[in-house]
Ligand binder design. Structure first.
Ligand code: SAH
Length: 239
């Protein structure tokens, strides 16, 4: 208990001294302190324990993935608008879904709903290759630019319909969907490797949605029902 308290106190002192230097040096430092607080207060305090996930969320500059006029709220405890009626998810939800994937450096991951590219960057830190699909071409183009300028050579963005998955690179050891379909898309389950995990929010646009964690086994699929969530809908484009 005493040791924990001391560690806690040291942490506070370190943050305060970092805050002082941030005030003198400005911008980038301030954001890294905001990231530190986000990790401590929004993630660790709520039970996110995977050290690799916490380190990735500390490292990836979330403010580079939101529009200029939203940068001040990039690290706040909620979703942030990214244009075209879409949002980048709340940090806790990004961390929770990423932790649920149990990523290893060998994983090949499919993400549906690239949006800003932030979740894809987190995946890029933790997996071997990331393939991410975005329906809105302008968002796909924006995410491609941001991910390239942040140096994520292992993240590949495509504009298209996520309901179809990305068959050319299947099977995927992990799949994450960051928009809500009404039922789990069959093509995505088919593109999941045996032993793989699919994390997806399921439910109607204006009703109760729930995160589901599916595991594909040799015999079929098992489903764990998890958090109640609210995502933008996964849109079915006209055929
Ligand atoms: N993961 C994103 C946030 C996702 S918001 C981030 O980190 O910023 C959900 C995204 O899913 C939106 O950008 C939306 O355009 C996209 N989307 C909705 N329906 C889709 C579909 N059928 N295929 C691919 N992307 C879709």
């Amino acid at each position: 208990m005493a040791i924990l308290y001391l560690v806690g106190l040291a942490g506070v002192l370190m943050m305060e001294s970092a805050q002082c230097s941030a005030d003198q040096t400005g911008g980038g430092q301030d954001r890294s302190i905001e990231a530190q607080r986000m990790v401590a207060d929004q993630l660790r305090a709520r039970g996110i324990a995977d050290q690799r996930v916490l380190a990735a969320m500390q490292k990836v500059p979330r403010h580079h993935f939101v529009p200029e006029d939203e940068q001040a709220s990039a690290y706040h405890d909620g979703p942030v608008p990214i244009g075209h009626g879409q949002t980048i998810s709340q940090p806790y939800i990004v961390a929770f879904m990423t932790e649920a994937l149990r990523l290893t450096p060998d994983d090949v991951v499919l993400e549906v709903g690239t949006g800003s590219g932030y979740q894809a960057a987190i995946l890029g830190e933790l997996a071997r290759e990331v393939y991410t699909i975005e329906l809105v071409p302008e968002l796909a183009a924006g995410a491609t630019r941001t991910l390239a300028s942040e140096g994520y050579l292992n993240v590949h963005v495509r504009s298209g319909d996520g309901y179809l998955g990305w068959p050319e690179h299947a099977p995927f050891s992990k799949i994450i969907v960051t928009a809500a379909p009404e039922v789990v898309p069959e093509a995505l389950v088919n593109q999941l490797a045996v032993g793989g995990t699919l994390v997806v929010p399921v439910g109607p646009q204006h009703g109760a949605q729930q995160l589901r964690i599916l595991t594909r086994t040799a015999k079929g699929v098992t489903t764990e029902r998890s958090l109640a969530v609210r995502f933008v809908p996964m849109v079915k484009p006209p055929q």
